[in-house]
Design a protein around this ligand. Sequence first.
Ligand code: MD3
Ligand code: FE
Length: 221
Amino acid sequence: MNAKNSYPEQSGQLFGDEERIAIADSAWLFRGYALEQASEIVEAVRSVLRQAPLRQMQVPGGHWMSVRTSSCGALGWVSDSRGYRYASEDPLSGRDWPAIPPLLLALACSGAARAGFEGFSPDACLINCYQPGAKMGLHQDRDERDLGSPIVSLSLGLPATFMFGGLKRRDPVRRFPLLHGDLMVWGGPSRLVYHGVAPLKAGEHPLMGAWRINLTFRHAG
Ligand code: MD3
Ligand code: FE
């Protein structure tokens, strides 16, 4: 473990070398990957959110997500009672989504390359904001047209418990913490695993206050 990897892993569940921890086949965790640039990253996210504010989305069945979301990139993820989809306009403003800030794009692409996915070219970045109590139930991400591209995620702010299962909803679920600055890459056979986030615990993060923000970079179109 290097200085960035100063958090103990749950024994027996995750393993790896100096910088990457294998979660599953073609799924990698890079602990603290973005720590050095965290304040610039947070600034870039804030500027996106000034143009495309966080909002709660309704999901099919009529429930409301506890997570607030926004997007940047050519496509943004939207949901309403009719279903989920990617859309080129923000339904709140009727305008295009803001571009993915270059710093974020570079980070996602370099992380993907380190996990063996050269040439990753995300056109959608979903921004999820968790406040204490917010959660995301087990689900698959399968609305992207290109399931051959990985999904890259970056966690900021309060720690969360990530849950990941298998390709079937009822497969056993493993849990591990996701911390400020952590980057994960999910590709190949892991691209369609069921995953979710346990309810966020209350806390205070020096840069983010009582928030957790997660960015997921996708090739959706
Ligand atoms: C594994 N977000 O936005 S990030 C999502 O922390 C989502 O906000 C969670 O699940 C969050 O869809 C988890 C890690 C993640 C993201 C996408 C994946 C893991 C994934 C797609 C396939 C497999
Ligand atoms: Fe997901």
